[in-house]
Structure formats: structure tokens, C-alpha cells
Write a protein that binds this ligand. Structure first.
Ligand SMILES: Cc1ncc(COP(=O)(O)O)c(C=O)c1O
Length: 373
């Protein structure tokens, strides 16, 4: 078997969610979209439910909601994305998902589906206060909320907005958005419209903007133990849940000047030992980190040399000797983390974990004692 695997520490996810709850003292909707940021939504979702770590889950589309329901997850699930057609409305009911209304287009079909299923549907309104992606303007939100208040088939159980720069400490735009969202909520109140849960805090806002916690926070990356950006001081202690590990499958001595891997972009600066590890860009190890990344073996780091191939990469061990089968950590909970890889690759840790390919098996550890029957 190929030794390359993603290890997920469920205990870390538990600690992270508990830390977020203790920090914000409010309800938590865990963003579990994109297969739980690459961690495996079904396993993570079941675990989160079993240990009562979140009040609600957030997914990007209906398919992701179905995937969670198929794993036996019964927590409320908010779908952030659009409802596209009448079939989507039916699926919302069959799988008890909570849709987001970003405009009034689906209202008619939702009402029809509610009559068919003989029960009202809870919805969350999405207001765009400056993300510029999806959502109603504050004025449109009020108009739609007032209309829906007259419709017994639809119940507003939440209202939310999203921040584009909450992860930048001191950025003046987030307070402007908070003010717009708060103003909207106040105006809805004066119209006598109850909004249910008000939520807006993603990980950046949880760390940088205490005034955003409201009824519920909506973290993603922090739950997985990573910070949204390197500029934020690490005040809230979280532990990375994902580690990417492999093992040496081949070693050889090469002479000074030997060119290695596609393009011969690396020439051994001296006689050295080169090891091959079975991980490449098809696994999610970015090719752009060729001759940049380092990996860890027994606490010591070594450079990844030559081009990262589709399935394999090379490391320069210098004069160190390791046997075939020696474990290699590409990133993990300390030292070189997903945040380190992201900074080397001029990207964000989200992209690193989400891009772990499906062909890399996930293994899960959970050191929590089993709950009593
Ligand atoms: C609507 C919504 N809420 C919450 C989150 C969680 O964000 P983060 O992972 O930065 O905490 C996301 C992720 O992008 C999102 O799209």
C-alpha cells in the first residue's frame, strides 16, 4: 500500500470547537463545506454531532447537505448557496435542510413544496453588507422579510451576512459592515419582524471583532485548528487537526552536479543522498512548491528538490541516512503546518487542506474515551 495518508485528529477538532465556544460564549454553526475543508465531512459531522460540539452545520450546496444526511447527521444544516430550481426545493424538504434566501426567486417554489410536504420551511436571509458575492441589500432584506412574514409556509429562522476582510486586523471595512448589519436588524425590529438567529462571525471576525458574535458564530478554518491569516496574533489556542504524512520509498547517492526530476531544475550542490517520497501534485502537494518546500523527518527538516511530479517528489538528505519506510511529515500540527505551506505557496491554508486529493486516504484518531451507554 502507498504510505501517503492524511491523518485527522478528531480530538483536536473537539478542543478547537470547545475553545471557540468558550471564547465567544455563543452558539456555533460549524462551516463543514468542501468536505469539512478536506477533513471528511461525514466522519467529522458525525463526531461533532456525537459530542454536541456545534448547534448547526453550514454547507455550500444542497449536495453537501444530502451527503451529511446520508451519514446519519440530524443537526440543522444551513445551505449557504443558491436554490436553483423546484427539485432543489423538494430536496430541501426531503432532507430537512435550511435554505438561504439571497433573493425572492425561490419563494414561490418553496411555498409550493411546503404545501406538498405539509410543513413550513425555516429559512435564513442573506444580506450583502459588502462581500459582493450573494445576498439582498439591506432595503431588499426588509422588503422580503415583510412579505415573508405574511406567508405561513416560510419561517425566517435566521439572518446573516459575510465579511471579506475580517481576517485583517484593524481593517476599517468590517466595522462598517457590522454597523450596516446591526442597523438592518434594528429596522427589522421596528417593523415587528423577528429574525431568529443573527450570525455573521467567520473565523477572522471571531478573532478580531468581538462585537460580531450576536446569537451564533460561523467558524470554518478555526475549527480545523488553523488561522485565516498570518497577521492575526495567536491569542485563541487551536490545534491543527490535519497532518499529511508519507514515507521514503527509495534512496540513492548522487554525485555533485547531478540534475534531478523533470526539467533538471535541481543540481546536487555536493555528493548527497536523495530520497524519493510517493507524494505529488495529484495528491494536493502543489507543484509550485518545487525547490521551495521542506519536509520533516524525526524532527529535522529537509528540502524538497527538483520538480514535484504528479505522484512523487524528491528530498535531499545530505549525509543523513534513513531506511526505506522512514516516516516523512509533509505538514502537521507543529513545525511545518498547513499555514507554513500556504505561506510558501502565497496562498491560504484553506486551499492546502481543501486540495488534499481524494486518492489520499484519510485516517482518523480519536483519543476521547467512548461516551457511556
Ligand atoms: C458563508 C460562510 N460563512 C462562514 C464561513 C467560514 O469562514 P472561515 O473558514 O473563514 O471561518 C464561510 C467560508 O468561507 C462562508 O462562506
Amino acid at each position: 500500500m502507498r504510505p501517503t495518508r492524511v491523518e485527522i485528529d478528531l480530538c483536536a477538532i473537539k478542543g478547537n470547537l470547545e475553545a471557540i465556544r468558550a471564547w465567544t460564549k455563543t452558539k456555533v454553526m460549524m462551516a463543514i463545506k468542501a468536505d469539512a475543508y478536506g477533513h471528511g465531512a461525514q466522519v467529522v459531522g458525525r463526531f461533532v454531532q456525537e459530542h454536541r460540539l456545534a448547534d448547526m452545520l453550514g454547507v455550500s450546496c444542497i449536495e453537501e447537505g444530502i451527503h451529511l444526511r446520508e451519514a446519519g447527521i440530524s443537526l440543522p444544516i444551513l445551505v449557504f448557496g443558491l436554490i436553483n430550481n423546484r427539485d432543489d426545493c423538494d430536496t430541501i424538504f426531503s432532507h430537512r435542510l435550511t435554505p438561504t434566501l439571497v433573493d425572492r426567486a425561490p419563494v414561490k417554489d418553496l411555498v409550493a413544496a411546503a404545501r406538498k410536504w405539509n410543513r413550513p420551511v425555516p429559512v435564513h436571509l442573506k444580506t450583502d453588507t459588502g462581500m459582493g458575492r450573494l445576498g439582498l441589500t439591506p432595503d431588499e432584506s426588509i422588503a422580503l422579510a415583510r412579505d415573508i412574514a405574511e406567508v405561513p409556509e416560510i419561517r425566517i429562522s435566521g439572518i446573516y451576512t459575510h465579511f471579506p476582510v475580517s481576517d485583517v486586523p484593524g481593517h476599517p471595512f468590517t466595522p462598517v459592515q457590522i454597523a450596516a448589519f446591526t442597523d438592518l436588524i434594528d429596522r427589522l425590529k421596528t417593523h415587528g419582524i423577528s429574525t431568529g438567529s443573527r450570525h455573521c462571525a467567520n473565523s477572522g471576525a471571531i478573532l478580531n471583532h468581538e462585537g460580531t458574535y450576536l446569537d451564533m458564530v460561523r467558524p470554518g478554518i478555526l475549527c480545523y485548528g488553523l488561522y485565516p491569516s498570518p497577521e492575526i496574533p495567536k491569542t485563541l489556542k487551536v490545534v491543527p487537526a490535519m497532518a499529511l504524512k508519507t514515507a521514503i520509498i527509495f534512496t540513492k547517492r548522487v554525485k555533485k552536479g547531478t540534475g534531478l526530476s523533470y526539467g533538471l531544475t535541481y543540481r546536487a550542490p555536493k555528493d548527497t543522498c536523495i530520497a524519493t517520497i510517493p507524494i505529488g501534485y495529484a495528491d494536493g502537494f502543489p507543484r509550485s512548491l518545487s525547490n521551495i518546500a521542506r519536509v520533516t523527518i524525526q524532527g529535522k527538516t529537509y528540502p524538497v528538490v527538483g520538480r514535484i511530479c504528479m505522484d512523487q517528489s524528491l528530498i535531499d538528505l545530505g549525509d543523513d541516512l534513513y531506511p526505506v519506510g522512514q516516516e516523512v511529515t509533509v505538514f502537521g500540527r507543529e513545525g511545518i503546518t498547513a499555514e507554513t505551506l500556504a505561506s510558501w505557496n502565497n496562498t491560504i491554508p484553506y486551499e492546502i487542506t481543501c486540495n488534499m486529493s481524494r486518492r489520499v486516504p484519510r485516517t482518523y484518531s480519536n483519543d476521547i474515551p467512548a461516551s457511556r451507554p
